[in-house]
Design a protein around this ligand. Structure first.
Ligand SMILES: Cc1cc2nc3c(=O)[nH]c(=O)nc-3n(C[C@H](O)[C@H](O)[C@H](O)COP(=O)(O)OP(=O)(O)OC[C@H]3O[C@@H](n4cnc5c(N)ncnc54)[C@H](O)[C@@H]3O)c2cc1C
Length: 451
């Protein structure tokens, strides 16, 4: 039984399946609340889809590439873990590729009236500011579709159907589709209109943030704070009398199974992996899992001995312009520290159906394709990469499909349907670093709540 003093929150032994950001965040918060926690991770390293690999002085983010400055739980945790000095908020433009090349835009500039240095500019500013800001307003109007104030049905239909009634075909192919692939990793006919609205907001209003030591820094720092057993594959939840009492696992490379008994179990695995492991679940959890669809992603990191030049921030790449990749970014959008002095890292990301079609190609084919796309965007003068890394994600990002918000609400209200078993992971919230971290915290807080 949990150690449960009268009136205080229950604590005891907890075991977490999955050492991605969600599992690590749950473990970190549970430990704070007084639980003794073990995380079981099947890979040799924790971090899941948010890891950074190093090679010859270059840093390659193998999954997630950026956070945003609106990611409260992520950034607060990073500060707690003393990663504050490694934040990088680059003053870098994002970009959208159009016929003439990359069209840069600076997130949040159109809303900057309140942030402008009025005092410094003095009376002169009154004349200068409107002339500087008005062109941005005009530009942003052509990027943003207006969502009606009375609009509540965004969770019910696809973004594609929603835009059919409100936007031109050109708007869809030149902007909305690349934006959806960039911000949530799937096409317009796979995501809800509400999903597109969020994608639009975070792309145009938020600044991209990263860590000088790569996006994997957060997972790595969390993993140092909790007890993680890597190379351990969870095979099942142990249930007695309708309540979870532990996990069964075996070495990922083969060997004998063992049981990890615990008063609390957190399952922080991608939805398709939950099914076989958790067995019978409540109806809200079953529905959320059955409806969870993932779109694939392929990430190609290219290391160059020279600076990449061009737009520094992420550049969205429309298929209508002949791109197969969804977006690309150069290291300048994250941290110059991603490459040794004078060098650069260019990351090319393929997502959605384009990634699904490419998954089975070998690394050489994917690297050549990425080099080709990169050469259209950056000033590389035909130079070849001095190093590269290809990462394939069959389960790239859970799609924010119609009904997603309702399913997430159902999960929050009803939980897993099994006593002492909590679910976490980006599919239970939003397909982002922030979604994963906050889902882990939410699970821990539910477990720690008294009574
Ligand atoms: C290409 C790509 C780019 C992205 N870009 C961004 C971005 O720029 N910004 C952003 O916010 N988000 C981005 N994301 C999304 C973000 O990476 C994820 O939402 C987040 O990392 C998911 O964390 P998680 O803990 O829920 O899942 P995961 O990271 O998948 O963690 C699950 C863990 O469980 C382990 N596991 C699986 N089965 C077992 C088992 N049987 N036993 C033990 N362990 C097991 C896995 O190895 C993994 O470590 C991107 C994702 C991809 C794929």
């Amino acid at each position: 039984m949990p150690d449960d003093d009268k009136g205080s929150a229950p604590t005891g032994k907890a075991v977490v399946a999955g050492g991605g950001l969600a599992g690590l965040a749950a473990a970190y918060r549970l430990a704070d609340l007084g639980w003794r926690v073990t995380v079981l991770e099947k890979e040799p390293e924790a971090g899941g889809r948010c890891r950074t690999a190093g090679a010859d002085g270059f840093l390659f983010d193998t999954g997630a590439q950026h956070c945003r400055d609106s990611y409260d739980a992520t950034l607060k945790t990073a500060i707690e873990l003393a990663l504050g000095e490694r934040f990088r908020v680059p003053i870098a433009s994002k970009g959208l590729y159009r016929a003439a090349g990359v069209e840069p835009f600076v997130p949040r500039s159109a809303r900057s009236v309140a942030q402008l240095p009025w005092r410094v500019l003095g009376a002169r500013g009154l004349f200068e500011v409107p002339s500087a800001v008005m062109p941005l307003f005009r530009k942003y109007r052509s990027y943003n579709i207006r969502f009606p104030g009375w609009w509540t049905g965004g969770d019910l239909e696809t973004a594609d159907a929603f835009l059919d009634r409100r936007a031109s075909r050109d708007y869809k192919s030149a902007l909305a589709e690349p934006l959806a692939l960039y911000a949530i990793g799937a096409e317009l006919d796979r995501i809800s209109a509400a999903g597109l609205m969020v994608a639009t907001r975070v792309t145009f209003a938020d600044r991209t943030v990263s860590f000088t030591t790569g996006m994997g820094s957060l997972a790595a720092a969390l993993a140092l704070k909790v007890d993680v057993e890597t190379g351990t594959q969870v095979t099942g939840v142990l249930v007695e009398g309708g309540a979870a009492v532990g996990l069964k696992a075996r070495p990922a490379r083969g060997g004998r199974s063992r049981s990890y008994s615990a008063e609390l179990v957190v399952c922080a695995l991608p939805a398709p992996h939950v099914v076989g492991i958790c067995g019978t679940l409540g109806s809200a959890a079953r529905t959320a899992i059955e409806k969870a669809r993932y779109s694939a992603a392929v990430v190609v990191n290219l290391a160059y001995a020279r600076a990449a030049g061009g737009v520094a921030g992420p550049v969205m790449l429309p298929g209508s312009e002949g791109f197969q990749a969804s977006w690309a970014s150069s290291n300048a959008s994250k941290a110059d520290e991603h490459a040794p002095a004078g060098g650069s890292v260019v990351t090319v990301v393929f997502s959605g159906r384009r990634a699904e079609a490419l998954l089975e190609n070998d690394d050489g084919v994917l690297a050549d394709l990425a080099v080709c796309e990169a050469s259209r965007l950056y000033n590389l003068d035909g130079s070849r990469p001095v190093g590269l890394r290809v990462d394939r994600h069959h389960l790239g990002r859970p799609e924010v499909s119609p009904g997603h918000s309702a399913r997430v609400r159902g999960l929050i209200e009803q939980g897993s349907g099994v006593a002492n078993l909590l679910l976490a992971g980006d599919w239970t919230t939003s397909p982002t670093v922030e979604g994963a971290v906050s889902s882990g915290f939410a699970a821990a807080e539910r477990a720690g709540a008294p009574g």
